[in-house]
Design a protein around this ligand. Structure first.
Ligand code: PLP
Length: 286
């Protein structure tokens, strides 16, 4: 398998960055994950727009244009013969000896690090798309700028490890009694009145590319949708619940903390939104 590291395509065994890299030392970096279906990138314009916004928020200049980044993503898909899976992309503030917290001085001429690699995953035929997943709830202990897709993911590592240890597929993070989002996904419920509810965008959550697409697609199809925070109690009283992300698309949630949601099966609105999303994904793939 081939990775991209600062201008070179190299085997994974040679894909390395410096121990002085600020991504490694300070988590001073941004990442993106775009899905690949049948060799094509899914909703990549949204991922690149979010990348641009994230790096802007931390005053990091991208080492390549967005157009060039997409070219590299496509080249990597090709070199890996990737049919279905994901392209991971990370940019950091580069390697700077001295471990100064403040940004490297201009005269040090430190270049950002840009790495990408691919992984295989059959998102469409994943068994959990049919069965749904269980989630657990954990306190949201993250920082206050969750809208930035930063590589500082320790809170999510602990949340998702707790989920894995409990045999659950995701952890829903709770703040002030409300669900913010999943460890690596956006959270949705469908109320008894068939209203699709997901938290409004803001600094409390990552603006999910899949979330945003699903909201738009649902609106276009005249489904009722409300962007607001909801509680776990509301989720447990809901008809359906689901998560969205580039790596699962739309996936049903059938239990929360061991308590069944709805009838304990993936619901019809979840299934429909998944179909609608997959159709959109295929139609707009590049
Ligand atoms: N929320 C968080 C915290 C995430 O880490 C992710 C994806 O990794 C998402 C939501 C889903 O975002 P997207 O749909 O852009 O993959």
């Amino acid at each position: 398998k081939i990775a991209y590291v600062n201008g070179s395509y190299v085997p994974h065994s040679e894909a390395k960055v410096s121990v002085f890299d600020r991504g490694f030392l300070f988590a001073d970096g941004i990442y993106e994950v775009a899905a690949v279906l049948e060799g094509k990138l899914i909703d990549n314009a949204s991922h690149l727009a979010r990348l641009k916004r994230s790096v802007g928020e931390i005053q990091l200049a991208l080492p390549e244009t967005l157009e060039r980044i997409e070219e590299i993503q496509k080249e990597l898909v090709k070199r890996n013969d990737l049919v279905n899976g994901m392209v991971y992309l990370e940019v950091t503030r580069g390697a700077d000896k001295g471990r100064d917290f403040a940004f490297p001085k201009a005269e040090a001429n430190v270049k950002p690090t840009l790495v990408m690699f691919t992984s295989e995953k059959d998102i469409i035929n994943a068994p959990s798309a049919k069965t749904g997943i269980n989630v657990i709830t954990v306190p949201d202990i993250r920082w206050e700028r969750r809208d930035i897709k930063s590589v500082a993911l320790l809170a999510q590592v602990l949340a998702k490890q707790a989920a894995a240890a409990a045999g659950a597929g995701e952890a829903w993070m709770i703040e002030d009694g409300k669900v913010t989002e999943g460890g690596s996904s956006s959270s949705f419920i469908v109320t008894q009145d068939d209203v699709v509810v997901t938290r409004q965008n803001g600094s409390e959550i990552l603006p999910g590319c899949t979330r945003n697409a699903v909201v738009k697609l649902a609106e276009e199809r005249q489904l009722r949708i409300e962007e607001r925070a909801f509680t776990v109690e509301e989720a447990l009283a809901a008809k359906e619940a689901f998560i969205t992300s580039a790596s699962v698309f739309v996936q049903g949630v059938v239990a929360i903390d061991g308590k069944t949601v709805g009838n304990g099966k993936v619901g019809p609105i979840t299934d429909r939104l998944r179909e609608i999303y997959v159709e959109f994904a295929k139609a707009t793939a590049v």
